[in-house]
Structures are given as structure tokens and as C-alpha cells.
Write a protein of this length. Structure first.
Length: 236
């Protein structure tokens, strides 16, 4: 997984992409999702623990880590140490760590800085591992997508009923979150997507979700939803 992340071109992963991956699971149709993989989490922790500040910074940048991610990591680090500080001072200390991380180069990080980045990476990579494990457990139904002027369309027959599937640009704006560390190249323009499944010729029953950061993720989510519907794990 870390190797695959390293092979991605700069700025392919944008803020929200990693967390959105978890939302793709089972098409958000309340289908059963396998529990978190403790073994994968331990493997991620051991791998991240072996990284020095420079490599931690590279991985955090390549996964588009945001200020919110860092704040969570700093808070988790302070909570783990059980510092004898009131809650308000804990929040101030966590914010100070975040501010220093955004301003300092990795060679100037202290223990609290590296621990905060590690904690944030534990959660981000564990979320991604859960998604990859779920995909390996249940392969989404491939749909025959047809491109049109504003997205893609497909159909699937479930129980003798034709279900229409549409992926199109979302009316809602993408997340405004920004990565802490940018690649030298400018980020690509962002477009949010949504998917919808309708039931039968009149489309009386439907379900959809959005915004999703990429069209590929939106098509994958729709295929996961069709798989869950066909298996009887959920309904529209």
C-alpha cells in the first residue's frame, strides 16, 4: 500500500480523497462492512514507526495531509502521554504543535512533531487499508458505463428489474480543505461527483450519494451499491 502511494504522480491525492475512500465502502447503502483489520493496523504502525522525519514528511505530503489531520494526531499524542494539563491547555499545546509542523522543515522536528505526524498517518493509512481489504473481500459488479455530456450512465438487472445508474457532477462544492504541504506543481482543478441508482422504469425508488472527489471513486461506489443490492444486503 505504501509502495502504491509512492508511485502516484504528484497531486493525484487531494485533501479529502483518503477519508472519502472510507465513505465509498458498500456504496453507503448500510450494507454490512467487515470490521477494522487489527492485523493491517499493526502492520501500518510498525512500518510508520520505522520512518524518520524526512520520510514521514514525504508520506504525509503525498497523502495530502490537512491541518485537521495534524490536529487530530497532535491531540492523540498528547492524550496518549496523559499530560497533567487541563483540557484547554491540551488544545493549545496541540495547536502549537500543528503550527510548528506547518512552519518547520523535518530536520527541525522534535519528538512531539514526529509523533503527531505518525499518529495522523496511522489513522489515514488504516482507513485506506480497510477499504482495500473490503474490495478484496467482495469485488464490485463491473458495469458497462457509457459517457454522456455530463457524466456516465449504466444499467443493471436485479431480480428482473432494471436499475439505472448515473454518475454526474455534484451540485455541492468539493471540500475546501487544503493540504499542509503542497507539491511544487500546481494542483489540478477539482470537480466533485455524485452517483444515483433508480429502480424500474418510473424510478420511484432511488438512492444516491455525493459529493465524491473523483469520477472513478463515484463509479466504484455505484458498483459497490449494485453489488450490495444484488446480494440482498440492502435495498433502495
Amino acid at each position: 500500500m505504501l509502495h502504491a502511494t509512492a508511485l502516484l504522480p504528484p497531486d493525484v491525492l487531494q485533501p479529502g480523497d483518503m477519508s472519502a475512500a472510507t465513505e465509498v465502502r458498500a456504496g453507503l447503502l448500510n450494507a454490512d462492512v467487515p470490521p477494522a483489520a487489527d492485523g493491517a493496523a499493526r502492520c501500518i504502525q510498525h512500518t510508520v514507526d520505522d520512518l524518520g522525519p524526512a520520510d514521514l514528511w514525504t508520506l504525509a505530503r503525498d497523502t495530502a495531509m490537512t491541518l485537521d489531520d495534524l490536529a487530530w494526531g497532535a491531540g492523540a499524542t498528547l492524550a496518549r502521554e496523559r499530560l497533567a494539563l487541563p483540557d484547554s491547555l491540551d488544545e493549545l499545546a496541540a495547536q502549537a504543535i500543528v503550527d510548528e509542523l506547518a512552519e518547520r522543515t523535518p530536520c527541525r522536528w522534535g519528538r512531539h512533531h514526529t509523533d503527531a505526524v505518525r499518529a495522523a498517518l496511522y489513522r489515514t493509512l488504516a482507513d485506506l487499508a480497510d477499504v482495500l481489504l473490503e474490495v478484496s473481500e467482495s469485488t464490485p459488479t463491473p458495469l458497462d458505463w457509457t459517457a454522456d455530456h455530463d457524466g456516465w450512465r449504466a444499467s443493471a438487472v436485479i431480480g428482473g428489474v432494471v436499475h439505472g445508474v448515473v454518475v454526474q457532477q455534484s451540485e455541492n462544492a468539493p471540500s475546501a480543505a487544503q493540504p499542509v504541504w503542497h507539491h511544487p506543481s500546481p494542483p489540478a482543478a477539482r470537480t466533485a461527483w455524485q452517483w444515483q441508482i433508480t429502480n424500474g422504469p418510473t424510478g420511484r425508488a432511488s438512492h444516491g450519494c455525493g459529493p465524491i472527489p473523483s469520477a472513478l471513486a463515484a463509479r466504484h461506489a455505484a458498483e459497490c451499491a449494485i453489488t450490495a443490492l444484488a446480494a440482498g444486503r440492502c435495498s433502495l
